[in-house]
Write a protein that binds this ligand. Structure first.
Ligand SMILES: [Fe+2]
Ligand SMILES: [Fe+2]
Length: 241
């Protein structure tokens, strides 16, 4: 949790990107960012309610700070779209479906589903940061990416605790199933955002492959394996998250 608080202070000190300089965004990138903006813009009430039920106030507070970071992503993407002369969408079918499914779930499964979104987002913002020519868009993507890189180990650690009570084969089945769903979700996003990804220089297949490759250590960490050193720093493990 201290990691989240430190990040909040760092963010306040850093201030916002210079929105006034405007952004030159190709149409396919605008459409793609609009959809991700809707996805980031949840209120998180379902997740924080479930986190409260878990009865761990430190975790509840960390989840609130996590949700605030996601809302900041939505805010930055909105301002980026405005800087590029574009608006936001009211909603997107994939997001509505996602929210509906998540409402039905308990904390563990909710986190597994949320982790799918987080890991796909990692690959997406990385592609955007590295592939977009507009400097403002690249800066916003880089900032969001840095947050997502902390979110993933944060959820992994909680899931590791949540799955620890299961026998090893069941844990394996859960993480294998999770990776299967992740591959499916990455493929859907790759098709839906195909033109934008192409403009960013990433093929659909490469996007899916990248997402799946990055999930190996996460699956191992969830089922009791170690977190890589870089992820451990990101999650603020030493800081008691
Ligand atoms: Fe996010
Ligand atoms: Fe995130």
């Amino acid at each position: 949790m201290r990691e989240f608080e430190a990040e909040r202070e760092r963010r306040a000190a850093l201030g916002d990107p210079a929105w006034g300089k405007g952004a030159q965004l190709p149409a396919e990138i605008v459409r793609s960012i609009q959809k991700f903006q809707v996805g980031e813009d949840g209120d998180g009430s379902a997740l924080s309610g479930k986190a409260d039920l878990a009865g761990d106030p430190v975790y509840s507070e960390a989840v609130r700070l996590f949700i605030a970071e996601e809302q900041n992503h939505a805010r930055m993407l909105k301002l980026l779209l405005e800087a590029g002369g574009a608006g936001t969408l009211d909603g997107h079918w994939s997001d509505a479906a996602f929210v509906r499914v998540r409402r039905l779930l308990g904390l563990r499964v909710e986190l597994l589903v949320l982790m799918i979104a987080e890991v796909v987002a990692l690959a997406y913002y990385q592609a955007l940061r590295d592939g977009v020519t507009d400097p403002l868009a690249s800066e916003v993507a880089g900032r969001i990416l840095a947050d997502e890189e902390r979110h993933v180990p944060f959820h992994c650690l909680r899931l590791r605790e949540g799955l620890a009570g299961l026998p090893r084969p069941a844990r394996r089945a859960v993480t294998a199933g999770w990776r299967g769903l992740l591959g499916g979700a990455a493929a859907l996003v790759a098709v839906d955002h195909g033109p934008a990804l192409r403009a960013l220089g990433v093929s659909r297949g490469a996007f899916v492959a990248r997402t799946l490759r990055s999930s190996g250590w996460m699956a191992r960490a969830m089922s009791g394996g170690p977190l890589p050193a870089s992820a451990e720093r990101g999650a603020g493990v030493g800081a008691g998250v």
